[in-house]
Unconditional design. Structure first.
Length: 69
């Protein structure tokens, strides 16, 4: 579960470059891949992203998710 990514402090977080559509494109392919896997682990966390909400903005934990990411 990407322990080294989840264990990073705010200061250790890597900057992700986004294109004009808001999609991650860099700084390297490896970092984008790691970010993709990280977001997948966050989405599978039933405490942060329960399945009984139809839209992302309606999540009561939305602020927690955005702060964590």
């Amino acid at each position: 579960m990407l322990h080294r990514v989840h264990a990073r402090s705010r200061e250790e977080r890597l900057v992700i470059v986004l294109n004009s559509l808001g999609q991650p494109v860099g700084p390297t392919k490896e970092i984008v891949q790691e970010f993709k896997f990280f977001l997948g682990t966050v989405a599978r966390d039933s405490e942060l992203a329960p399945l009984n909400y139809r839209t992302f903005p309606s999540l009561p934990t939305l602020d927690k998710i955005l702060d964590y990411v």
